[in-house]
Ligand binder design. Structure first.
Ligand code: SF4
Length: 360
């Protein structure tokens, strides 16, 4: 996905869902189609009001519902709302998100005819047990089949995975990421499982059938997966749920690794591991003073929230005086270590290669 990809997001109100994914509290909500249609129409009008022909948006993106689970007539009605903007050259395409078991040749033909360019699948895991205990209602082979159908039709493919679902482990999450890499999607989203109030997971928590991940565990696991995807050239466009008032104030959350800046914490963790790798390369050299230089855009993530990275590094290497600073001449894909008169550049690629080799 290219830089500055511009989308106009449109949220499809829940119209009821017949599935019972344990992490979701949406299946108890039902809505009215006419009211939902009006909401969608006004969101598109508002979102497109500032778009001009010389700066068209890349996609009108329908989020928040399993699009192809909606009645076919309603899908057509909604897609028709986007058509005039595409015809006028104000939008280049449409994005929808859906479940793997609601993809078949007929549904793809409908989407193709309506100028849909990207299909995002919520796959969550490629482990049969995890899917079963999460109440997903489809198999692993269904994920592979639908992803391949989408790619064969030349749509762009986005895949969403979750970590910390019932029966999930770090090894299973890594296998899921490897499976995703083999499907060559255009982008990925990674979500840690949260226990939402009103979800079945909340009940499972009460009966000790489920244990939520800690924030540290979730950050570390997602950090590892993000390195796998980055290394394989697959863009991770989001890690962690978008913050909202219900989550920020804890109203909608029973338990789980929520943080409003989860994605930034993951980026900080990657930089921390990168710095550790770089410092370990200096073993045997005089290293009383170690100056780490990063691209100015990375400085706050490099230091970490509440200076967490700097504190951890100073704790781990008590014999060294470590500082982290910004340097305009440093690319985003590298860091520069200055130790006395010696300078050492470590690229992200070198760190990734060594990190993945060391972690097997
Ligand atoms: S996550 Fe599962 S239960 Fe929730 S809306 Fe999607 S398909 Fe339905």
């Amino acid at each position: 996905m290219k830089k500055n990809f511009k989308i106009v997001p449109v949220f499809i109100p829940m119209l009821g869902c017949k599935f019972k994914c344990v992490f979701c509290n949406q299946h108890i909500i039902t809505g009215h189609k006419d009211a939902a249609f009006k909401q969608i129409e006004s969101q598109i009008e508002q979102g497109m009001a500032h778009i001009s022909k010389d700066k068209p948006c890349d996609e009108i993106a329908f989020f928040g519902g399993s699009f192809t689970c909606l009645p076919v007539a309603f899908q057509k009605q909604v897609l028709d709302l986007a058509k005039p903007y595409i015809d006028k050259g104000l939008a280049k395409g449409i994005r929808i998100s859906t479940r793997p078991d609601y993809i078949d040749t007929a549904s793809l033909e409908l989407l193709e005819d309506a100028n849909v360019t990207t299909i995002e699948l919520g796959i969550q895991s490629t482990n049969e047990r995890v899917l079963f205990h999460s109440g997903r209602g489809h198999t692993v082979s269904c994920i592979f089949d639908s992803a391949r159908l989408i790619k064969d039709k030349a749509f762009k493919l986005g895949l969403q995975m979750m970590v910390g679902l019932p029966k999930d482990t770090r090894e299973i999450a890594i296998k899921t990421a490897s499976d995703i890499i083999s499907l060559e999607p255009n982008y990925v989203r990674i979500y840690p499982t949260l226990v939402l109030k009103g979800s079945s997971l909340e009940e499972m928590l009460k009966t000790d059938d489920y244990k939520a991940m800690s924030l540290e565990e979730a950050i570390d696991q997602v950090c590892h997966l993000k390195i796998m995807f980055d290394y394989n050239g697959i863009k991770v466009i989001r890690t962690g749920l978008q913050s909202n008032e219900d989550l920020d104030l804890g109203r909608g959350l029973a338990e789980g690794p929520y943080h409003p800046a989860f994605g930034e914490l993951v980026e900080s963790q990657i930089l921390y591991k990168w710095f550790k790798y770089a410092i370990d390369q200096l073993i045997g050299k005089a290293r009383a003073k170690i100056e780490i230089n990063v691209n100015p855009k990375d400085l706050s993530k490099a230091i970490g929230q509440r200076r967490a990275n700097l504190s951890r590094l100073r704790l781990k290497y008590p014999a060294s005086q470590i500082t982290i600073g910004a340097n305009d001449s440093i690319e985003k894909e590298e860091i520069l270590m200055i130790v006395g008169h010696e300078q050492l550049k470590i690229t992200k690629l070198e760190f990734y290669e060594n990190y993945l080799k060391a972690s097997g």
